[in-house]
Design a protein around this ligand. Structure first.
Ligand SMILES: Cc1ncc(COP(=O)(O)O)c(C=O)c1O
Length: 381
């Protein structure tokens, strides 16, 4: 049996599949089983910020695994200690404590629990079109009946309000509110960037009501938006959720929070959380981001990319938007067929809702590669 048949036969079919078999990657390029090359504008949905096949990370993983691959966090470990210190130094505000986990959804689960245990309140206010993962707690915060309905009932205590609408959020807040949970740029929800003024007002409101502000930077983190964390440009949260590109492609998540967070010992732990292999990968990936100037690249090339896209004369485009190298092209019609045609032309892109083409290239993408993507988009649109 070939690869497609084996996967179709032996795995649960929960992913909408693309009809190619990817076998390798280097930088911003991916290769299928027939040796066909693609320019990656998806980064495994925001995972591969440093590009594919980076030797610095590969070597760090290899060496750490040989030294000590796993180390449950009941024991201290020097690599974990270094990563915790590094993340706290990078983090804005007084986010000076880290909880390590393994995925975005798990980071959200931690954040929800920390907000409830610290405030003694139960209600979490999240945004319509927000996406926070698909485990039971995160799913309750994720917007969308298509995700929630088969798994009802949802965890109680979640309320949804329109994104980027301060009056609606203020009206929903009460004595029972433990936290407000928001993305700075709604990724799955259509690459929608919140306003600066909105986040400033939300931050002030949370301060005045003793409500925790949780920012989900699972997709926007680690240079994607032109700063290490997108919140640096908008509002500093009490709890910051990270994952995806944190460890250069190895599964890892983290919750950054202040010392004010109260969580009883043993009440929230994770077997693989902070394992030395992932920590070594994360330290190496952070080094790559810094040494290769990837944050500056994201800002500069993101602006260039959007400018060029806005120059495409097409009646099919409603709007081009985004921040850094997180870009949405909203069409006046369904985006699916265009994403498919792009793939046939050697560009892998994503969707964000039915009508938005989402581009999340590795931050190592070159101007020349961007020009190739622009040409392909200009031709098909
Ligand atoms: C903003 C955001 N939060 C949370 C998640 C969930 O992450 P994971 O798939 O690692 O559970 C995602 C995944 O796409 C995301 O984009």
């Amino acid at each position: 049996m070939n690869t497609k048949t084996l996967e179709q036969t032996y795995e649960l079919s929960v992913y909408p599949r693309r009809d190619i078999v990817l076998v390798s990657g280097k930088g911003a390029r991916l290769y299928d089983e027939n040796g066909r090359e693609y320019i990656d504008c998806a980064s495994n949905v925001g995972v591969s910020n440093i590009g594919h096949g980076h030797e610095t990370v590969a070597r760090a993983i290899y060496e750490q695994y040989l030294a000590l691959g796993n180390c449950y966090s009941m024991f201290y470990n020097p690599i974990r200690a270094r990563l915790a210190q590094r993340l706290v130094k990078l983090a804005p505000g007084d986010l000076n404590r880290v909880f390590f986990c393994n995925s975005g959804a798990e980071a959200i689960e931690g954040a929800l629990k920390f907000a409830r245990s610290t405030t003694g309140r139960q209600v979490i206010i999240a945004a319509m079109r927000g996406f926070h993962g698909k485990t039971m707690g995160a799913l309750a915060a994720t917007w969308g009946p298509e995700y929630q309905k088969p798994f009802a009932p949802m965890m109680p205590g979640l309320k949804h309000v329109p994104f980027n609408n301060f009056a609606k959020l203020e009206a929903a807040l009460s004595q029972e509110t433990a936290a407000v949970l928001l993305e700075i740029v709604q990724g799955e929800g259509g690459v929608r960037v919140g306003d600066q003024a909105y986040f400033t007002q939300v931050r002030e409101l949370c301060n005045s009501k003793g409500v925790m502000l949780i920012i989900d930077e699972v997709q926007t983190g680690f240079g994607r938006t032109g700063t290490m964390f997108a919140c640096e440009q908008f509002a500093i949260p009490d709890i910051l959720c990270l994952a995806k590109s944190l460890a250069g492609g190895i599964p890892m998540g983290a919750v950054l929070c202040s010392e004010a967070i109260k969580v009883p010992v043993k009440s929230h732990t994770s077997t693989f959380g902070g394992n030395p292999t992932a920590c070594a990968a994360a330290l190496a990936s952070l080094e790559v981001i810094e040494k290769e100037g990837l944050i500056e690249n994201a800002e500069k090339l993101g602006n260039y990319f959007r400018e060029q896209l806005r120059g495409i004369e097409s009646k099919k485009i409603r709007e081009v938007r985004g921040l850094g190298l997180m870009i949405g092209i909203e069409l006046k019609e369904k985006a699916g067929p265009y994403v498919q045609t792009l793939m046939e032309r050697g560009v892998i892109a994503l969707m964000a809702g039915a009508t938005v083409i989402r581009l999340l290239p590795p931050l190592v993408i070159s101007k020349q590669e961007i020009d190739t993507v622009i040409s392909a988009l200009a031709e098909i649109l």
